[in-house]
Write a protein of this length. Structure first.
Length: 364
């Protein structure tokens, strides 16, 4: 597999190996900043077991994980082949940068990396291929998107395009495949905590900084209420697909064990939230007065222009009018698997959990 140190890859690995004591995983993993791939993977998997509430399972899981040092760029096929034979290939590694990708790194990682993963899968003679894509290969589509379709003709950013093109590679590869399309992964349903905050959490990080700086200038306690005139430009959709990380973990792990039948699954849940409720929850948690989100900001201030530069790449996901169909997921997992709802209470819990862990000085 690839992507074992990522949010989804780590969650999938620990859940699968706990459920199947006879399974083993061989993962490609690169070193980073002087730390070996082996060390990185071990650290992340121990953290994931702790996050799962089952730290006692870490040693057994790690005994059944073999790390091959390297990257898809150097295709260590011989080293991987020595660890075989393999039952399947699970490709989860990705660059989730939603920005402009001026250097082409995101496209190279997501499209080029998938090309390399398919080549590696062929070299080590696996019979099937699993790919973690994104629900937002739908791009700027409006309306219902079926799981096995690829209707997009226009995209919000190079990330979406790279995942769309990579998904096409998998579909046309000749491998029997399963494709997973998660939406915006957030904290778990029970307490809102997430092990590795990504994407949406940049907005929370930025707003926490706004509160801290404002309170510092005014000489007031950042744990208390504050007033700001900041306006953020975003649409008014009620179709923001946040998906709790524990649901992603459960759904992918269960679907992975089904026969591989060239199907795609929207791992999005069926409980989108509104931009209005997100705004309300953020303002309540931060005790903010005056912060507003609107469809158009006239005569933006310097601070508001800076906001759009820093987090503007997130805004299309608060404006989307996509409805993600759940036919394949319901057939695979049953209706009860989707019998959960995200509401204003969950949003408050999730946002507060983030600040308590990452920026505790801005909340009571």
């Amino acid at each position: 597999m690839t992507g074992i140190t990522g949010l989804v890859g780590g969650a999938f690995t620990t859940a699968l190996l706990r459920e199947h004591p006879d399974y083993e995983v061989v993962s490609l993993c690169r070193g980073f900043c002087g730390e070996s791939g082996q060390s990185r993977a071990e650290k992340i998997l121990r953290q994931q077991c702790e996050f799962d509430g089952k730290p006692e399972t870490a040693d057994d899981i790690l005994r059944r994980v073999t790390i091959v040092e390297g990257t898809l760029g150097n295709l260590p096929a011989e080293a991987m082949a020595k660890e075989g034979p393999f039952d399947t290939f699970f490709h989860c590694a990705a660059d989730v940068n939603l920005g402009k990708d001026l250097q082409g790194k995101t496209y190279a990682t997501n499209f080029g990396g998938t090309q390399a993963a398919l080549a590696l899968a062929k070299a080590v003679k696996v019979p099937t291929f699993h790919y973690v894509s994104t629900a937002y290969v739908a791009g700027k589509t409006v309306g219902r998107v079926m799981e096995d379709s690829m209707p997009a003709t226009d995209f919000n950013n190079p990330y979406e395009r790279s995942k769309f093109d990579a998904e096409k590679l998998v579909r046309e590869s000749g491998f029997p495949y399963t494709i997973y399309r998660p939406a915006i992964v957030v904290g778990r349903r029970s307490d809102g905590i997430v092990r590795k905050p990504l994407a949406f959490y940049r907005l929370l990080e930025f707003l926490g900084q706004v509160k801290r700086v404002t309170c510092s200038k005014e000489g007031i306690d950042p744990k208390g209420p504050f007033t700001t005139s900041l306006r953020i430009q975003a649409g008014a959709t009620d179709k923001v697909y946040f998906v709790p990380v524990d649901y992603v973990q459960e759904a992918i792990t269960k679907i992975f064990q089904l026969p591989v039948e060239n199907k795609t699954y929207h791992i999005t849940g069926d409980s989108p939230v509104s931009r209005y409720d997100i705004e309300k929850a953020v303002c309540e948690v931060l005790q903010s007065h005056g912060l507003s989100v609107m469809e158009h900001v006239d005569n933006p201030s310097k601070q508001e222009i800076l906001v759009q530069k820093m987090i503007g790449d997130l805004m299309p996901y608060f404006e989307s009018e996509i409805i993600f169909d759940q036919t394949n997921v319901r057939k695979a997992l049953g209706d009860k698997a989707l019998d959960w709802k995200l509401d204003l209470d969950f949003l408050r819990k999730m946002i507060l959990a983030y600040y308590k862990r990452e920026n505790p000085e801005v909340v009571p």
